[in-house]
Design a protein around this ligand. Sequence first.
Ligand code: NAG
Length: 93
Amino acid sequence: MQLYLSLLLMVAIAATHGAPCLTKVSITIDKYNALKFNWSIAHVEKALGGSGTRTSESAQEITIQYDGIATGSYATLTFLNGLLYTKAQIGLC
Ligand SMILES: *[C@@H]1O[C@H](CO)[C@@H](O)[C@H](O)[C@H]1NC(C)=O
């Protein structure tokens, strides 16, 4: 019974919190607009309050996606040699 209850509790916690992704943050249009070209990844992460999802990574180019609050909204930031050189967003508010 004890085991069953703790198992149930663990399932409940997993269901409400999902997978552990403590550093995941949401980007807003204001924060997006405030991002300046040539900022370093560290600078951008500090400005946004955390790291996004690296969707592609090559020797020179790293693309990081930050999800917005609205469903399906996100920003894509591309860094060349570690510096922000393109940004795009869809549906941010
Ligand atoms: C970013 O850095 C490059 C290379 O130093 C420079 O040519 C460019 O003008 C810079 N862009 C901005 C917006 O500061």
